[in-house]
Ligand binder design. Structure first.
Ligand code: GLN
Length: 262
């Protein structure tokens, strides 16, 4: 089984590791023929040696400038860029992780920040406002659907970014990611999920009083994929819903194969 690393410099890495273990336990029960014999290796990554053991990586939510700062101090920035953009190993970033995996982020007061890149997108950090403006909304992630129907996922948005611009030309605009066959289109940014109009958001953490405030927030892009890189604005690791981690393990095993390379 491939080694799945979680970048453990700051933020929600424990939560990701916990859900990875739960997702794997679920796969062993639900698909024993495929998963029973696998020996998972989920590791915390804090330095280049640990990163070099990984076949895939998750970058958690937290504070992207802090994670980038510690990564630079730890000599990890260039190895991370190599991992994602040259070796093209499966990498998934949540919230701050999405920011780090973007090629561009809106400038901070200090005039920018170090990014890893990999996704040809520009993100806008803190799009929905401050911590108190955190909310939970159902996000439709068709790739999680078992029966082809909608599969709402509890999206936890905390000072979350959105993808405000896709930088590559002629991207697929189909939410859910159209299944494409040509290798050319495989290089494009796929929009995996958009957030519905603000008025339709439910279960606000704060209150729903401002739901009538319908400044045009429709179609905020909150999940994208490009080749080996996936980014989500929200935090599946802060829910007890294992579906995205189950999906991620399935994606990783598709690419890396069942046996760990020696
Ligand atoms: N706002 C944070 C940043 O800019 C991300 C918040 C999060 O990961 N929950 O990095």
């Amino acid at each position: 089984f491939p080694t799945v690393g979680v970048l453990a410099l700051q933020g929600g890495f424990h939560e990701h590791l916990s859900l990875l273990h739960k997702a794997f336990a679920h796969l062993k029960v639900s698909q024993p023929a495929k998963w029973q014999q696998q020996t998972p290796s989920f590791i915390e990554v804090r330095n280049p040696a640990e990163l070099s053991r990984c076949d895939s990586l998750i970058i958690p939510g937290g504070e992207s400038t802090t994670i980038a700062f510690i990564a630079a101090q730890s000599g990890l920035l260039e190895p991370l860029r190599q991992f994602v953009k040259v070796d093209r190993k499966p990498t998934w970033g949540t919230c701050a992780g999405l920011i780090l995996l973007s090629e561009e982020a809106n400038a901070t007061k200090k005039g920018g920040q170090e990014l890893i890149g990999g996704l040809s997108v520009r993100v806008q950090r803190n799009h929905f406002g401050r911590q108190v403006e955190s909310f939970i909304a159902d996000v439709d992630l068709p790739f999680l659907a078992q029966d082809g129907g909608p599969a709402p996922f509890p999206g936890v948005f905390i000072r979350a970014p959105i993808v405000e611009q896709i930088l590559s030309s002629n991207p697929s605009e189909v939410p859910g990611g159209s299944q494409t066959t040509s290798s050319d289109s495989a290089d494009r940014v796929q929009v995996l999920a958009v957030l519905p109009d603000r008025t339709k958001r439910v279960r606000n953490l704060k209150d729903v009083g401002d739901a009538a405030d319908t400044e045009n927030k429709a179609n905020d892009i909150v999940a994208v994929r490009q080749r080996n890189v996936v980014g989500t604005s929200f935090h599946p690791e802060l829910t007890d819903d294992i579906r995205m981690h189950v999906w991620w393990l399935e994606e990783v095993i598709k690419v890396c194969g069942p046996a760990s390379p020696q």
